[in-house]
Design a protein around this ligand. Structure first.
Ligand code: GTP
Ligand code: MG
Length: 620
């Protein structure tokens, strides 16, 4: 046991206290009447250091991708014992994690079982032969559309795809990465539509990373803007060739084209016609003018690049987006770089593993297998992978990855003045964009912090409400709903839920909330001045100053400062203000009054008295 870390011990205690015994006896009732109420000794043999090792009911095991549960099942031993053994070796493996070949061999040895390497059938042999011989074929180009918000990226794709996505977008902006396979008269092209809003920098960077060619859209009327510059930077960094499309020429003044070219040359993109290398294509995404020429340019560029892929190797690629879908679980958009992905294939992606249960193209067609470059939606993930994760089939190799957590508690210290929030989003990339934006908003606000208590992907559930109630957090949802039972619970627990489908609306709401918590800074404002006429020392009451207000007013809500010549005698809030024996709120210029002030007793005739009240800084 000393081999285990504290963390592993905790994990063990939580997971397996009691359950191990339960499983053993449960197993026994099902194994041919072995039931005896207590583990029979002949089910176990002595292992190293007096540890008892379960006796396997088989003598050999075929080497194949396998989870601890499957391994134990094959040997007819309790799964928890296998997991415990792995833990002793320092390997944390939940029962559904695929095990490494080496680990399977070691486990087999531990249980005195022989490992058999499966002989390939003829079919498999020929498959191996095929996969050994790479099958390099040309593939469609992957083209990322980049540009500042509203410059017409989605509209251009709508024209090319004959779709109408842009007009239906919430808030008129794109908020996810779009991936489309399109048949054009210049061949198949894969387009990645990126959001132009500043919040989505990481989505744009990933888009460029996976693309062969970048189309930089610049609205002729607007010219080069911040996200245009960001796009140029990304494309240069990742060495992706840029084709510039100057858009909205249907409505912009024709002279704007030259203006944009000049701006381009200022950003180190010298247009061809000015002796540079950069192709600048004037287009109108709305009318379609110039779009065919643009497609031809893409095709030419792709041909120059001789884009190809190995269709025979193991399927590999990237996760573009991932999402929880009702009934299908975690689903991801994958762009394969090589190989053929088939239904039933085992895979890993980042920290997640799984087995392909369905493949659907961007055109909605279900497939049994898919090859490089065309974006596909793959179901069968054990949990949500992250956008940008490397995706790889492991039918022949076995994963080393551990199982992920879908939802993360950030373990943040709940700060006194912070606004605690729980965020739920539709995808991991929305979550990431929201995170970055909240950080930015937080930086701008001086007087408070946002503390993200937890963040997760999926609809708002009762669990979120309980967490919110316990941490005094507000729940903010982006592109998600709240489950009905969660809504009911939220009412009961007085937890606030706010749902948004546009990221900047959510951020505005956060800013408003921060604004409301702001304690308005107050400063002292002088409102009146007077001088002491007479001092009264009244038993049981204290020292009272009789005073003539010479300028402005004295207010019961104010404080006084006492001056004797140039010397400040003291100051304190007024505790009582009277005129002609009656309590009053204010006394104006030219009238006399009597007041008492907290902590002030030393008054003398002719002392100068100033009266101040506190006002909000901005109204001073
Ligand atoms: P984000 O995805 O939010 O960055 O915006 P976008 O670049 O995808 O822009 P979108 O396609 O949504 O277009 C923004 C607005 O510009 C819409 O109102 C379009 O109708 C309009 N628009 C796009 N292209 C053209 C064009 O060629 N001519 C004219 N007149 N309007 C256009
Ligand atoms: Mg768009």
């Amino acid at each position: 046991m000393s081999l285990l870390t504290n963390q592993e011990m905790e994990f063990l205690k939580k997971k397996y206290t009691g359950s191990q015994k339960k499983n053993i006896s449960a197993k026994k009732t099902t194994s041919q009447g072995l039931h005896s109420g207590r583990p029979r000794d002949d089910m176990y043999r002595a292992g190293n250091s007096e540890e008892k090792v379960a006796v396997a009911a088989v003598s050999e095991i075929l080497l194949a991708p396998m989870t601890p549960a499957a391994f134990a099942d094959t040997l007819h031993i309790p799964a928890n014992e296998t997991i415990l053994t792995l833990l002793r070796w320092g390997i944390i493996a939940p029962k559904n994690k695929l095990l490494d070949e080496d680990v399977i061999r070691r486990l087999a040895q531990h249980y005195s079982v022989e490992v058999k390497v499966p002989e390939a059938t003829d079919e498999q042999k020929s498959e191996i032969l095929v996969s050994d011989a790479a099958e390099i074929k040309s593939r469609p180009p992957v083209v990322v559309i980049l540009g500042h918000v509203d410059h017409g990226k989605t509209t251009l794709l709508d024209f090319i795809r004959k779709s109408r996505v842009a007009s239906r977008e919430k808030g008129g902006i794109t908020q996810h990465l779009g991936a489309y396979q399109v048949d054009t008269k210049h061949g198949g092209i894969v387009f990645l539509d990126t959001p132009g809003h500043e919040a989505f920098t990481k989505i744009r960077a990933r888009g460029v990373k996976t693309a062969d060619i970048a189309i930089l859209i610049i609205a002729a009327d607007d010219g080069i803007m911040p996200q245009t510059i960001e796009a140029i930077k990304f494309a240069k960094q990742m060495e992706v060739p840029i084709i510039v499309a100057v858009n909205k020429i249907d409505k912009a003044d024709p002279t704007r084209l030259e203006v944009v070219k000049r701006q381009l040359s200022e950003h180190d993109l010298l247009p061809e016609e000015w002796g540079g290398q950069v192709i600048v294509a004037p287009i109108s995404a709305k009318t379609g003018k110039g779009v065919d020429e643009l497609l031809e340019l893409i095709d030419l560029q792709a041909q120059v690049m001789e884009l190809d892929a190995d269709y025979a190797g193991e399927a590999k690629g990237y996760v573009l987006e991932s999402k929880l879908e009702k009934g299908r679980g975690s689903v991801a958009t994958i762009l394969l770089q090589q190989g053929i992905l088939r239904l039933g294939d085992y895979f890993v992606a980042g920290n997640v593993s799984g087995r392909v249960s369905s493949i659907v193209t961007s055109l909605g067609k279900r497939l049994k297998e898919a090859g490089p470059a065309n974006p596909i939606r793959v179901a069968g993930f054990s949990a949500l992978p992250n956008a940008g994760d490397f995706f790889e089939v492991v039918s022949k190799k076995v994963s080393r990855r551990s199982r992920p957590e879908d939802e993360k508690s950030h373990g943040v210290l709940l700060k006194d003045k912070a606004i605690n929030i729980i965020i739920k989003t539709d995808t991991n990339s929305s979550k990431e964009a929201l995170f970055d934006s909240i950080k930015k908003v937080s930086k701008k606000i001086k007087h408070t912090d946002f503390s993200i208590v937890s963040s997760g992907v999926g609809d708002i559930s009762e669990r979120d409400i309980m967490l919110a109630a316990n941490t005094k957090s507000a729940i903010l949802g982006l592109h998600v709903k709240a489950e009905q039972n969660a809504i009911n619970l939220a009412k009961k627990e007085s937890v606030s839920i706010a749902l948004f489908d546009i990221i900047y609306k959510l951020l505005e709401e956060l800013q408003d909330r921060a604004e409301k918590t702001k304690e308005i800074k107050k400063i002292d404002k002088k409102i009146g001045e007077g001088s002491v006429l007479k001092v009264f020392d009244i038993k049981k009451l204290g020292i009272i100053a009789g005073c003539m207000v010479k300028d402005g007013i004295f207010s019961r809500n104010g404080k006084v400062v006492v001056w004797r010549g140039k010397q400040k005698i003291g100051e304190g809030p007024i505790t009582s203000l009277q005129r002609e024996g009656k309590s009053v709120k204010e006394v104006h210029t030219g009238f006399d009054c009597a007041f008492m002030a907290e902590g002030l007793e030393d008054f003398q005739e002719d002392d100068r008295i100033e009266c101040f009240i506190q006002v909000p800084e901005n109204k001073a």
